[in-house]
Write a protein that binds this ligand. Structure first.
Ligand code: NAX
Ligand code: K
Length: 515
């Protein structure tokens, strides 16, 4: 699913109005009706108090129009206009008049007004600012936002939590509505998925207001959301006459004394991801451990007992996953450096290999093209330096990806895969996956996919998706706290099978089928 920028949404808005020969207020009416239907379906006329806080732009206009529909259906409504500017939008004014026709008089709130009482069981509709926000709200508006956040009421935001910029980082975190539910028009916004701002959104849903499908189809976006539909197009079915050689050979290079487990996890994950063959290259200490715990895996050893000192092997794997558990000793740095200098094979680079690259930036130019780097936030910071906000981070990663012709997997709650100018935002996974070895499993999955001939970008995107989906399946039986990295591997099969499961029919249809 594409993630459109505010500029693109405004453009789609204009094109739709022109093509369909409708007024902009009709588009607002569509939006308001969608909002109303959503609420009405869930509330079924319940006499809960609904406080609608509306700005003076089109987001406020949506709120005012929604208020009219709620009033028409007998809901218990209180409307407030947060009067932060004289420049009221045309469609806001049209809808304000329509509301007044119903003899509903909003409270016009100005800087020195008292804040209204809001009960814990009430509902707040947040229509103060939408995607038109272009500067931090004034102090008195921030006070209102804080007041709403401090209430115990359920907050439903129209389009985007008020105070959140659509395409840049916030400069005052106090000035943002903490939303329980966002009904976002046509497209979720990138900020819903970034670590700094994602916390302001508990749940979101897209409402289709019918913006011009042609424009939406042909318009390229900087970011895409990755779900099942997106990865299904990448999936490579197994061939009837395929053999283990058809599905590639993964080499996992890693480990040191006390950290052989990481290699076990990566190697096992590569196997379960479908790699035809898997070989592990470890210090001697890892030999028996791997041979005992993973009979399917072949093992090669370094000349040293405890750490990697000389990475040489006499085979030609399809892909190499390197870095898990290697440490950063001088000898290992040397070994990795000379390995990278001579290597031409596709790479997946993780953990201490990333830390070594950070300290020896000259090595970055030795990476084979389309190498996949999988840093967690701390490793990323070492690699690209610190950042002011998530947008600066993304810009820096894009530069890095272009400069070194590599793919960067920014691990997090919503992992983002960056390839040149483009970012792919993953939607699977859960907090249970913040556990030891989870990253080693991801490295193994991506390596295993790459071995089977998935192009680098597909392997990274699909691997991240499957890793998260395994976690989502696992957590149903483990709970968040007890989920371990091994559970991720054990549930990888389920993640593959799930790709082809038909979606469950909605409850209403199930009932009809039974009758
Ligand atoms: N496709 C679309 O574009 C549609 C947009 N709709 C709604 O329209 C919204 C966008 O409306 P607007 O462009 O009117 O903008 P907003 O309603 O988000 O903001 C209102 C206006 O306030 C001003 N402003 C920005 N930051 C301010 C600040 N900190 N303090 C004071 N004034 C500030 C700006 O001039 C801005 O246009 C969307 O979020 C959505 O809710 C819907 O009506 C349906 C169609
Ligand atoms: K809003």
């Amino acid at each position: 699913m594409k993630l459109y920028s505010a500029k693109q949404i405004y453009k789609a808005d204009q094109i739709s109005i022109k093509k369909e020969e409708i007024g902009s207020n009709e588009l607002m009416e569509r939006a308001a009706l969608q909002l109303f239907n959503w609420m009405h379906l869930r509330m079924q006329g319940a006499p809960v108090k609904i406080h609608l806080f509306c700005g003076i732009g089109n987001n406020g206009g949506d709120g005012i129009a929604l208020a009219r529909h709620l009033v028409d259906h007998g809901y218990n409504v209180e409307v407030y206009v947060v009067n932060y500017s004289e420049k009221r939008s045309k469609d806001f004014l049209i809808n304000l008049d329509r509301l007044k026709d119903r003899k509903v008089w909003p409270h016009f709130m100005n800087s020195d007004d008292e804040l209204p009482q809001i009960g814990g069981e009430d509902i707040i509709v947040d229509g103060i600012f939408g995607i038109g926000l272009n500067r931090t709200p004034d102090e008195w508006v921030v006070k209102i936002i804080q007041h709403l956040n401090n209430s115990k009421a359920f907050i439903l935001s129209i389009d985007i939590p008020s105070g959140l910029f659509t395409d840049q980082g916030p400069d005052n975190f106090q000035a943002i509505i903490k939303s329980n539910y966002v009904l976002s028009f046509q497209t979720p916004k990138l900020v819903f998925f970034l670590p700094e701002t994602g916390t302001f959104i508990e749940q979101w849903e897209v409402l289709d207001i019918g913006l011009d499908p042609e424009y939406l189809r042909v318009t390229e976006t900087d970011y895409e959301l990755i779900g099942k539909n997106e990865v299904l197009t990448m999936y490579k079915p197994r061939e009837k006459y395929g053999h283990k050689g058809t599905y590639g050979h993964s080499l996992i290079i890693g480990g040191s004394y006390g950290k052989i487990g990481s290699v076990c996890l990566s190697s096992r994950a590569a196997l379960h991801a479908g790699s035809g063959l898997v070989t592990s290259f470890v210090p001697k200490i890892g030999y028996s451990i791997l041979q005992t715990s993973l009979p399917e895996v072949m093992v090669l050893t370094d000349t040293d007992e405890n750490e990697l000192t000389d990475i040489k092997f006499n085979l030609e794997p399809s892909v190499i996953g390197v870095g898990v558990g290697i440490g950063t000793s001088e000898v290992t740095i040397k070994a990795l450096s000379s390995f990278l200098k001579s290597n031409k094979l596709p790479l997946v680079i993780d953990a201490d290999a990333l830390n070594i690259l950070s300290k020896n930036k000259a090595l970055l130019k030795d990476l084979s093209e389309d190498s996949i780097l999988t840093p967690h936030p701390k490793e990323l910071e070492r690699l690209i330096g610190n950042w002011k906000d998530d947008f600066e981070k993304l810009a820096k990663v894009k530069e890095f990806s272009k400069k070194y012709k590599c793919i960067v997997v920014i691990k997090g709650a919503h992992t983002i895969i960056v390839h040149g100018e483009k970012g792919y935002v993953n939607t699977t996974g859960n907090p249970g996956m913040a556990t030891a070895g989870s990253g080693d499993v991801l490295t193994g999955i991506i390596t295993g996919l790459r071995a089977q001939g998935y192009p680098a970008l597909d392997a990274a995107i699909f691997g991240v998706y499957l890793h998260g989906r395994s976690g989502d399946i696992a957590v149903e039986s483990t709970g968040f706290q007890s989920l371990t990295a091994s559970h991720l591997i054990a549930n990888l099969a389920g993640a593959f099978i799930d790709l082809f499961k038909m979606p469950e029919p909605p409850e209403v249809e199930k009932e009809n089928q039974q009758n």
